[in-house]
Write a protein that binds this ligand. Structure first.
Ligand SMILES: [Zn+2]
Length: 675
């Protein structure tokens, strides 16, 4: 999404925590459908009026003007965007979508303003932050069409608006896909009691399965009936439906046209030139290296899984064909047998509420902050809110005191921002895990940030993959809330697309190492305790399947690049063809591109960014030198990487943090299982 979510301070919605006389803090406004619909028009009109006023100015204070305008727009639009994804009633979600369709063109209008473009060009930046901001804005204007002749500019706006509308519809079709799979109880053989107990039943006692993760993932890992797995897999891989293929094809055509308007050969060129990679050739070279590194590992892993299937089904080892719906099941069996790890059993070790506390405590100790839960109005009773404060830096950090910090950065004990946690699945809710930076901070505007964690966790406990997911998304949340940038547009996760995942990917490691997991034992003394040997086993189990996983990631990234290189080919046929060449082949009737939201959201020609970021994530991790709980490195990381957000180029930040140029050694060791 081009929309980067910022959010509103609506004092009227605040309640103050009982014990503290806390000052009013920003909160997310909880608009209902009627409010969204009635305010949509006026908010837009007011933003347009502000834009007009600052276009008429001639001075050089344009950065502050832009910041004000950006914040004004975001304070209404970003909460609406969040509500489109999390509101509990369909009327609000629908009203939010309809309103966003009206609001989104304003982002293009901002980026097409010739008077603002000229004002920005005239600025002589005073420092590196303003220099980067000027560069960012100029690129935004150039990409938005401010430098194009009027007829092309108009067309660029139409294209961008339509792409945004297509994206909204596409994600709605996925979020609200009503598909259910009906299974007779016998078809769910192999499923744990807790999973069975949590599922809906119809009048005949049959299971009614939705397509949410807590339903589908354990099923694919545990259900012994291949036919039943096939049914569920197929339903999940048709999520979004044929309608979304049409939307995707249309978006691809429009993106190509946009690139041509800008005088570049295709959308990949247009998008990648603003990122770390800079050219599609650099991306493709990287993907080629990944492919070469993991190819053999994948082949070996799949051969093992095939052998396991032969053993399980009692067939000739040379005979069984490994299907896509077999993958998770046999991976899980091999993992269990080889490493004695049972993902389902791990939920007892990682109760969901304790896991959340773990993420919070990790952040407190590493980054010198303090979370304080507070009652505020929320969109669903399960949603929690926490204030974030600075804590003492240095060795005091672990002493759980609230003494003021002496270190650099914020004022001692200062209020930094807020986070919301929306953890459990419900109907119509965004159905993956994500962090929404709903309110970007800006020191210039004296604004603190708010981020929202949205997940679909099992209420009882997390398995190890989900613990990693939690820390990953929480890494995005921290990037948002610990950012301290001058301008809202550069806040937190507003960094280059092929860097944005790095802080999150790095934070996953805290789910894997004993020195970090020891803290879990402190938090939950009654939870079953993982031994050192088990933690090592868990990590070996995680690394198992690395070849298959990265081969798949490379496949997605290559597909994304192919769709955006040259004139766009038909999305579905191209996927069928590419996937058809892989070892597991393409399954006729599956529609993966219909729910591959990255293609429609902000990751167009950018999916490679996950792996590109991981190169930097693993390299940055090396600075902790095996001491993951080092508060010194943690605080330095906070100051050098998280706080500056996008106000300096990522390569500069990473080099400053590492004290050397980054290398990809740790990444290749990781993806080939050598780390
Ligand atoms: Zn992420």
């Amino acid at each position: 999404m081009k929309l980067k979510f910022l959010a509103a301070a609506t004092a009227g919605l605040l309640v103050t925590a009982a014990a503290t006389a806390a000052p009013a803090r920003p909160a997310i406004p909880l608009f209902d459908a009627a409010t969204i619909t009635s305010r949509c028009h006026t908010e837009l009109a007011q933003a347009r009026a502000t834009k007009k006023a600052i276009e008429a100015k001639k001075d050089t204070a344009v950065f502050a003007d832009w910041n004000r305008l950006s914040i004004q727009y975001a304070d209404f639009a970003y909460p609406v965007y969040l509500l489109q994804n999390v509101a509990t009633d369909k009327a609000t979600r629908d009203a939010a979508q309809a309103c966003l369709e009206k609001l989104l063109p304003f982002e293009t209008e901002m980026a097409q303003s010739e008077p603002l473009y000229q004002r920005v060009r005239a600025v002589k930046p005073n420092d590196p932050i303003d220099e980067t901001f000027k560069q960012d804005l100029i690129e935004k204007f150039e990409d938005g069409g401010a430098a194009l002749p009027p007829d092309k500019r108009k067309r660029a706006q139409q294209i961008t608006d339509e792409i945004e509308r297509l994206g909204l519809q596409y994600s709605k079709n996925v979020n609200e896909d009503p598909t259910t799979v009906i299974l007779e109880p016998a078809e769910a053989a192999g499923m744990p009691e807790a999973w069975l107990a949590a599922r809906k039943r119809d009048a005949n006692g049959n299971l009614v399965l939705g397509l949410d993760y807590p339903t589908v993932v354990p099923f694919m890992q545990n259900a012994t009936s291949e036919a039943a797995r096939r049914k569920v897999w197929m339903a999940k891989n048709r999520e979004g439906g044929e309608q979304n293929l049409l939307l995707l094809d249309r978006a691809l055509k429009l993106r190509h046209e946009l690139a041509l308007l800008h005088g570049v050969p295709d959308f990949a060129t247009y998008a990648v030139k603003r990122r770390m990679a800079q050219t599609p050739a650099a991306v493709n070279e990287f993907l080629g290296k990944v492919q070469a590194a993991v190819d053999e590992v994948e082949a070996r892993e799949l051969a093992e899984l095939r052998a396991d299937k032969a053993k399980f089904t009692g067939t000739d080892p040379a005979m069984p064909i490994l299907h896509r719906w077999d993958l998770a099941f046999h991976q899980e069996r091999v993992r269990r047998a080889r490493f004695q790890i049972d993902q389902e059993a791990l939920r007892a070790y990682f109760p969901t509420d304790k896991s959340i506390l773990y993420a919070l405590k990790l952040a407190e100790q590493l980054y010198g902050i303090k979370f304080v839960e507070r009652k505020v109005p929320v969109w669903h009773p399960d949603v929690r809110y926490l204030d974030v404060f600075d804590q003492p830096s240095g060795p005091d950090a672990k002493s759980k005191t609230d003494l003021p910090a002496k270190g650099a950065g914020n004022r001692p004990g200062a209020f930094i921002g807020g986070i919301y946690l929306d953890l459990y699945p419900r109907e119509g809710k965004y159905n993956h895990a994500a962090a929404f930076a709903v309110r970007p901070g800006s020191t210039l505007a004296q604004r603190t940030p708010i981020s929202v964690l949205v997940t679909n966790f099992n209420r009882k406990g997390l398995d190890h993959d989900e613990l990693e997911t939690l820390l990953h998304e929480f890494g995005h949340v921290l990037h948002g809330v610990l950012s301290k940038t001058r301008y809202a547009d550069q806040s937190g996760t507003s960094v280059k697309r092929d860097f944005v995942e790095a802080p999150s990917q790095m934070f996953e490691e805290w789910a894997r190492r004993e020195e970090a997991l020891n803290l879990f034992m402190e938090i939950c003394p009654k939870c079953p305790r993982l031994t050192s040997a088990q933690i090592k086993q868990l990590d070996s189990a995680r690394k198992y399947g690395q070849g298959t996983r990265f081969a798949r990631q490379r496949e997605y990234a290559a597909y994304d690049m192919k769709l955006h290189t040259g004139a766009p080919p038909p999305a579905m046929a191209t996927w069928a063809q590419l996937e058809g060449k892989t070892r597991l082949g393409h399954v006729e009737g599956s529609l993966f591109p219909a729910s591959f939201g990255h293609l429609m959201g902000g990751y167009a020609a950018g999916y490679y960014g996950y792996m590109w970021s991981q190169v930097l994530a693993l390299d940055m991790l090396s600075a902790f030198d095996g001491k993951l709980m080092s508060a010194d490195v943690g605080r330095r990381y906070r100051q050098t990487i998280l706080a500056p957000g996008g106000q300096r180029p990522p390569q500069v930040l990473v080099e400053e943090f590492l004290g050397r140029k980054p290398t990809s050694d740790a990444f290749y060791a990781e993806i080939t299982g050598r780390r």
